[in-house]
Design a protein around this ligand. Structure first.
Ligand code: ADP
Ligand code: ARG
Length: 389
């Protein structure tokens, strides 16, 4: 029945409040389009052909799933024609030769930062930073990816604003609200004291878990909750938390390639309050993913609880942050706000194959992305989508 996850696409160079606004505006436009289609009886417009991307040339090591170790990256990488990732676009032979064999200040090899995109040629981006310093030491590479993805220039400054009163999100009408199943907003954070996930040691990860879980379990009021380590969690409890959209999945191949899944499940876990409206993932892709979610479409309420919770955690934990990139995350798509605001929404007509081009055009216009409802890289089988800002 056409359910999607619709969320903001941009994360950097704009405030948190502006990104939540992106999501609201995009969702509103999609609802209007869905309603218009319903009136018309669901007629399908012609579909536009997707644009192709040029391949990199003159390389020595072929990209593909056989690349499982950085030792195999002995020369510039040749991607198959049609590869669309930003690693394919910006890991030129010049950049590769300039940085091969070097490490950032935390000791993370450059090759580890690009291995995911070289191994997984279906990546959208394909790069992960090993530490906060990776973004400076390899600025010549990461700044291009960041400008391409976010439109944020190499001298751009990032300014945060988590003030929910700045939102212009009037409540949806009763009919429109009925299309929205749930709302979720998350921000990613990493501790200033440690490298990012690809570069962290097992001991540092455990230390990070101990610090973060202590901060989280000291929260009070409606944020008060418990920390549940993944290690020792019953399989059925873990599966239920995943199925109910609260917990991360495991075994993401993009994260495996950059070393983010080492020593799984050690050091990983989830904190949540009793109502499961305020949660934090610990040591998945980022050291913290702070999450506010609930059924229904009260975007302002969800954002305000998130900003309260994130501020309370930040009082007790120093996060990696700078003026250019805002909050620092391992994936360059998340730097800045690291915020993804999404709704799960039923769009059976707009979301049908026949209307794909229109659906994607609205998503592009409002800077929102369309996911399936079982997390990133999931397809929608039942017409509900995750629309992030
Ligand atoms: P992230 O937001 O951290 O990038 P995913 O897209 O993988 O990660 O989603 C993580 C989990 O959150 C998945 O189980 C997904 O279904 C759930 N989720 C995302 N948006 C919503 C929403 N609006 N309502 C309910 N669950 C959601
Ligand atoms: N590395 C993956 C890719 O390039 C994921 C990128 C964005 N998602 C994320 N979870 N960081 O397609």
């Amino acid at each position: 029945d056409g359910i999607f996850d619709i969320s903001n696409r941009r994360r950097l160079g704009r405030s948190e409040a502006q990104l939540v606004q992106d999501m609201y505006d995009g969702v509103k436009a999609m609802i209007d389009a869905e309603n218009a289609l319903e009136k018309k009886g669901g007629a399908a417009p012609a579909q536009a052909a997707p644009a192709g991307a040029p391949a990199a040339a003159g390389a020595m090591v072929k990209a593909g799933p056989h690349l499982v170790d950085i030792k195999q990256l002995t020369g510039p990488v040749e991607f198959p024609a049609g590869t669309k990732s930003l690693v394919c676009k910006y890991l030129t032979p010049e950049i590769f030769n300039k940085f091969k064999g070097t490490k950032d200040k935390a000791g993370v090899p450059f090759e580890l930062m690009v291995l995911s995109g070289c191994q997984n040629i279906d990546s959208g981006i394909g790069a992960y930073a090993g530490s906060h310093d990776s973004y400076s030491t390899y600025a010549e590479f990461f700044d291009k990816i960041i400008e391409d993805y976010h439109g944020h220039k190499k001298d751009g400054k990032h300014i945060s604003n988590m003030d929910h009163t700045k939102l212009k999100c009037p409540p949806f009408s009763k009919e429109d609200d009925a299309m929205i199943i749930s709302t979720r907003i998350r921000v990613g954070r990493n501790l200033a004291a440690y490298p990012l996930g690809p570069g962290i040691t097992a001991a540092q990860r455990n230390e990070c878990e101990a610090t973060v879980s202590k901060v989280l379990t000291a929260l009070d009021g409606d944020l008060k909750g418990k920390y549940y380590p993944l290690k020792g969690m019953k399989k059925e409890d873990q599966d239920k938390l995943i199925a109910d959209h609260f917990l991360f999945k495991e075994g993401d191949r993009f994260l495996s390639s950059c070393g983010l899944n080492r020593e799984w499940p050690d050091g990983r876990g989830i904190f949540h309050n009793d109502a499961k409206t305020f949660l934090t993932w610990v040591n998945e892709e980022d050291q913290l993913r702070i999450i506010s979610m609930e059924k229904g479409s009260d975007i302002g309420g969800v954002f305000s609880r998130l900003s309260r919770g994130a501020a309370a955690i930040e009082k007790a934990a120093k996060f990696a942050h700078d003026d250019h990139l805002g909050y620092i995350t391992s994936c360059p798509t998340n730097c800045g706000t690291a915020l993804r605001a999404s709704v799960h929404i039923k769009l059976p007509l707009l979301g049908s194959k026949a209307n794909k081009a229109d659906f994607e055009a609205i998503a592009a216009k409002y800077f929102v992305q369309i996911r399936g409802i079982h997390g990133e890289h999931s397809e929608t089988d039942d017409g509900i989508f995750d629309i992030p800002t």
